[in-house]
Design a protein around this ligand. Structure first.
Ligand SMILES: [Zn+2]
Length: 479
């Protein structure tokens, strides 16, 4: 196993691509990525092995090593082979994870491991609600679950209900003649702005009436739409490096499909896209803990995601089951404490549809919010190997200084990306109204985002425990 550096690189890359392909293959319908056609004890062993590889990143960090997600298993030196064996045993529930001495001094290992275990369990539970989207009403099930969760912890919990229109992709099927169907969310994504369509289409690289136009990489969408409408093309194929699933509110008069493929002119395609537009009722789940003083903190995370398209589920483990699990963990750890200021945990709905829950919240609770000390939003908390990003830290220097003062020393050396405010999550409506608000997300991981590959098994929880301690220290501080 003592491989030289270039060899190690090659081995890692090979292992990476193998696992990624495996994940993508299994991504379609199974809640568990390794539902291979193996049954009985062979299947069990296979799952244990694969999961151990995926968990490698966390385990190597605990062992004091650096993280190499996915490839970890192939690049470990002798001393860590024993570690991997332990890990294999642990995955099967046969052994306990030993603690690494250096690390153990800084953080009590049982505490941190218990936290990660809690987060994993919570994310797995949240991913059972079929992507927490509108098709199949997974978001309602998630809302109900969260309401009960906070209530069981002993908090005064309530639900804010709001209504809005939504356009989402219900079913999507695209197959070029002579090849396999494209995978929704991975190979292509039909914009929900498109009309529903069904039929055979012919691709061309110039805008022609009645054809599907494959636009050049360099052309802007606005320009493409202008030319497409004046030339009466049937639809646009837009080349992208990675597709990003989303919702929409406004309709477009023609079909718009993002794809990672570049089909040649003359390619015939069978396409069936079903778009649903409807009025839905949505929910914010709010749990409150009074403090000694009147003013209070808000900790927020959105629980909604992209739901399912046909049989493909967008699990949304990192986005944002991870953030909601993080909130639950804080709520649970603080449930018996007496805090100087109140805390309000808010699981926002409708974020993916345009921060709707957060906008509704700031509108409805404007009077209450006069006593707000600050809002911290958590979205994408499942990794952290590459550091911590804080949106809003750059243009709220005083508030950021107040928050960063309570950061645990273990995070001081971690790279921080301090960004100006941006409308990319639920902190934004708070900032628009002038309340102090920061949005934390953790960087790293394999880059699965708004696609069916964002699954619970891929999360490393690399910085979760340090982040929990940070927020706890801040909430316990009486300043
Ligand atoms: Zn999100």
């Amino acid at each position: 196993m003592a491989l030289t550096a270039p060899l190690r690189c090659l081995a890692r890359d090979f292992c990476n691509s193998l696992l990624r392909r495996l994940l993508q293959k299994c991504a379609k319908t199974q809640p568990y990525p390794f539902a291979m056609p193996l049954t009985g004890s062979l299947g069990w062993l296979w799952r244990v092995f694969c999961n151990s590889l995926l968990r490698g990143s966390l385990a190597l960090r605990l062992a004091g090593g650096e993280t190499r997600p996915f490839g970890a298993a192939l690049c470990i030196p002798h001393a860590r082979i024993a570690w991997l064996v332990t890990l294999l045993l642990r995955s099967s529930g046969l052994a306990l994870l030993p603690s690494a001495p250096g690390w153990a001094q800084a953080n009590p290992p049982l505490d941190s491991l218990a936290c990660v275990r809690f987060l994993k369990r919570e994310v797995r539970q949240l991913c059972r609600f079929e992507g927490r989207g509108y098709a199949g009403r997974g978001y309602q099930k998630a809302a109900r679950y969260l309401y009960r969760r906070f209530q069981k912890m002993g908090y005064k919990t309530r639900i804010d209900t709001f209504q809005h229109a939504i356009r989402y992709v219900k079913k999507a099927y695209v197959r070029p003649h002579g090849s396999r169907p494209w995978r929704v969310g991975i190979d292509f994504w039909p914009s929900p702005m498109s009309p529903s369509v069904k039929g055979h289409f012919i691709v061309d690289t110039v805008p022609l009436p009645g054809k599907l136009w494959m636009i050049p990489d360099t052309m802007s969408l606005q320009e493409a739409l202008r030319q497409a409408l004046s030339n009466r093309v049937q639809g646009i194929l837009r080349p992208v490096r990675k597709v990003n699933a989303s919702y929409a509110d406004d309709p477009l008069p023609l079909l718009l499909i993002e794809t990672t493929y570049r089909p040649a002119a003359g390619t015939q395609m069978e396409i069936s896209i079903q778009i649903q537009q409807e009025e839905v009722q949505n929910y914010n789940i709010i749990a409150e803990k009074p403090g000694i003083q009147d003013s209070f903190w808000i900790l927020g995370a959105h629980y909604d995601h992209l739901g399912r398209v046909g049989r493909t589920v967008f699990w949304g483990a990192n986005d944002n089951a991870s953030g909601v699990a993080f909130l639950s963990l804080l709520a649970r750890r603080l449930s018996r404490d007496t805090l100087p200021y109140g805390v309000m945990w808010v699981a926002f709905g409708g974020e993916e549809a345009g921060l709707l829950g957060a906008y509704y919240f700031v509108g409805r609770h404007a009077r209450h919010l006069e006593r707000l000390k600050g809002m911290l939003n958590f979205d994408l908390m499942g990794y952290g190997e590459k550091g911590i990003a804080v949106v809003g830290a750059k243009d709220q220097e005083d508030f950021w200084k107040q928050v960063v003062r309570h950061r645990p020393p273990s995070l001081a050396e971690v790279p921080h990306l301090l960004r100006p405010n941006a409308p990319n999550s639920d902190h934004y409506p708070f900032r628009e109204k002038g309340y102090p608000a920061l949005f934390f997300y953790l960087q790293g991981g394999p880059g699965y985002y708004h696609d069916p590959l964002d699954r619970p098994e891929t999360l490393s929880w690399y910085r979760a425990y340090d982040m929990v301690r940070w927020v706890e220290t801040l909430l316990r501080a009486g300043e």
